[in-house]
Design a protein around this ligand. Sequence first.
Ligand code: HSE
Length: 437
Amino acid sequence: MTKPLRVGVAGIGTVGAALIAQVAAQRAQLTARCGRGIEIVAVSARSKNKNRGVDLKKMKWFSDPVELAGDDSIDVFVELMGGSGDPAKTAVEFALASGKSVVTANKALLAKHGVKLAQLAEKSGVALNYEAAVGAAIPVIKTLREGLAGNSIDRIYGILNGTCNYILTRMEQEKLSFADCLKQAQDLGYAEANPAFDIEGHDTAQKLSLLASLAFGTKVDQSAIYVEGITSIAAADLAAADELGYRVKLLGVAVKTPQGIEQRVHPTMVRKDSSIAQVMGVTNAVTIDAEGINPITLVGPGAGGAATASAVLSDIADVARGVKAPPFGRPTAQLTSVRKAPMQRHEGGYYIRLQARDKPGTAASIATRLAEQEISLESIVQRHPKDGPSADTAKGSVPVILITYATSEDGVRKALAAVGRDKVISGRPQVIRIEKN
Ligand code: HSE
């Protein structure tokens, strides 16, 4: 039998510890599936003495991950440190340049330096695998790169951040505050070190940039993505969505349009009976619309130690088997630059919540401004609070909720700017895009 694959792991946090435990638990099965053993022979982390609940005694210890990356005692370097800068970047570059395959869960590194790292892997003839970087245990990278290698993809969209989906689910189901739900997500280990990264949509954007590259054969380009997070979502929006037959999800969407590729991350209204609306809690989901076949939706655990380690281990197994695909689905020379579709040209339905002056003529004035931009309304509801007039109502304003038919983003922005100038509303309008699904 071929010699065991010798693995070096840099970063032993929740994912690293789960990986070590999983390799031990699955030893016989992995050997049978890969035709050779998989052994973690070396590790690197910040603190040698921390108790991580796993036995590291038989593994060679490196305090410098870059040294581990270039060490001859390993065949594959697993990077679980995170971050787009050093030491992760230098360590991965060093491993690839010294002819070692790399497995990483690091979406930030790939979103920023993915193409250069793929070029380096290509030059050295080694693998650069990153299944864990998007959707943790969901095999979405392999699905796009291998399973759908023969299909043209029109659109890919998904719930790519467990923390945000957890928060929105808890707010909707338990009527809890945003802050309480975020705290719970942090306590459960779903959130990034800086949770602003999750709730402001950047984590989703990094993941979307990788999916878009795989789906459309473009260079990874996070700067081409329009990003809005979930911090402005209020209980009033979740309640209104529920009444109107929708749920609010933070979606990452990449879609082919006549103007180019539209890539966007924002809170989105999805119909309650759609597959994506059923996805609750920390669970992630990705829907792929490919030409000639019905949409494919993959659903699964998108964050947490065991879920992420599961994907890391599948990538290590590929290296053990000698399976190697181009990191972004085609040779890097074949990746094209993104032709970015401007967000102003986005077309779709919109949910708009306004705090409107409670006087005759207000609705007519708002409707006129929308009509000037050729925006057609599917519904308009003036929502008096169920428990009687609120303080706002007493002050002479009421919430008004509008649902538009498909229209342009530019038209909506112009119409709402005009409504603001008319002084018939107070505060900022809440706008949530509706995604067809
Ligand atoms: N903070 C991320 C999430 C972890 O909540 O989904 C997985 O990337």
